[in-house]
Design a protein around this ligand. Structure first.
Ligand code: CO
Length: 135
């Protein structure tokens, strides 16, 4: 079902500082940065081989990442698997009894389409599926 690990999501308190840390410490290049106001996040993608680390900062305390930071502090937030066809993967997961957080795939970073699986279905790991934008 999954092609590869697309990215690992990490919740951070300060996006600029985190981008600088990953860049300076690990030499990881910032390849994309985007605000998704609807979900209360600003995200930065840093390249690791063909995959990415996604740094997530909250735009407000009542966003999902804001609540995560308040509850647990900065750290690992989710793992994202790449799929070729998110509609097919979404339907297959539902058919296997997996509990989805999103009612349907929705827009993600860089014109991707994403959906989140509830940690109750994955042994406690918030899990995302991602279909990359065409091209
Ligand atoms: Co993600």
């Amino acid at each position: 079902m999954f092609d590869c690990i697309d990215h690992v999501g990490i919740a951070v308190a300060e996006l600029d500082a985190a981008v600088a840390t990953y860049g300076e410490t690990f030499g990881m290049e910032l390849v994309h940065r985007e605000v998704i106001a609807e979900h209360g996040i600003e995200a930065a993608l840093l390249e690791v081989g063909d995959e990415h680390v996604e740094l997530l900062a909250a735009l407000s305390e009542d966003s999902s990442v804001g609540r995560f930071l308040a509850d647990r502090g900065p750290g690992m937030h989710h793992v994202a698997y790449r799929v070729a066809d998110i509609d097919a993967a979404f339907a297959a997961l539902l058919a296997r009894g997996v509990e989805m957080i999103d009612a349907a795939p929705r827009p993600g970073l860089r014109d991707s389409r994403i959906a989140f699986i509830h940690p109750r279905s994955t042994g406690g790991v918030l899990t995302e599926i991602v279909e990359a934008a065409a091209g």
